[in-house]
Design a protein around this ligand. Structure first.
Ligand SMILES: [Zn+2]
Length: 204
């Protein structure tokens, strides 16, 4: 693993920032709270500020499940009910910096589909994230959010498969760690598949 402190990232035209699932249910105290999930908000906001200043695209994803979603334990899935459409738990953290008209991509909106990857998300007009990235002329994606070992991992894998360069902001991610080390293993996997790592503070 390269040392993330080695890399300075100059945000420029062709870059996009993807902020994965910074929703109340994934923060400490939430239905599926990620340990120290709240610690990512300051670094994420710092990068959001850079992208807003430079008028570069920021894409926010959210888990947005129907109440009877197949990923919930009562329906045979692995998770407690979380991020049910329209609930407080599904709302973005009030601490997360968002522009007045944010680009929001919802995923897991169909009962039978899990969709960990934000790349599978769609905006309110039905446009896919892939279409949006293409329209913005994006070549390189910086990414942070929750959680490293599920939605960030799957999003990064889809981005790499689609030919994007990807920089994972390690201090802007936290893992669920169902098994200890899942988050670290996910990072190793993303790097092996072609992602680079950096820290949010290295982005300017
Ligand atoms: Zn979910």
């Amino acid at each position: 693993m390269n040392n993330p402190s080695d890399l300075h990232v100059t945000a420029e035209t062709g870059d996009a920032l993807i902020v994965v699932d910074v929703q109340n249910d994934f923060l400490p105290g939430g239905a599926l709270g990620v340990k120290e999930g709240d610690k990512i908000i300051a670094p994420v906001n710092q990068v959001i500020r850079v992208f807003l200043t430079q008028k570069l695209p920021i894409l926010y994803s959210r888990d947005w499940h129907p109440a009877d979603h197949s990923s919930f334990a009562r329906n045979g899935g692995p998770w407690p009910p979380h991020c049910v459409q329209g609930t407080e738990g599904a709302t973005f953290s009030p601490a997360l910096k968002m522009p007045p008209d944010p680009l929001i991509f919802s995923k897991g909106t169909h009962v039978e589909k899990e969709e960990y990857s934000a790349f599978q998300g769609r905006d309110s007009t039905g446009r896919s994230m892939a279409e949006a990235l293409s329209k913005f002329g994006v070549k390189r994606v910086l990414i942070g959010g929750l959680a490293t070992d599920y939605c960030v991992l799957n999003t990064v894998q889809d981005l790499l498969k689609a030919g994007f360069r990807v920089i994972v902001l390690t201090d802007a991610c936290r893992a669920v760690d169902v098994s200890p080390g899942d988050g670290e293993n996910a990072l190793v996997e993303m790097i092996a598949e072609g992602a680079t790592i950096a820290t949010a503070k290295a982005v300017g």
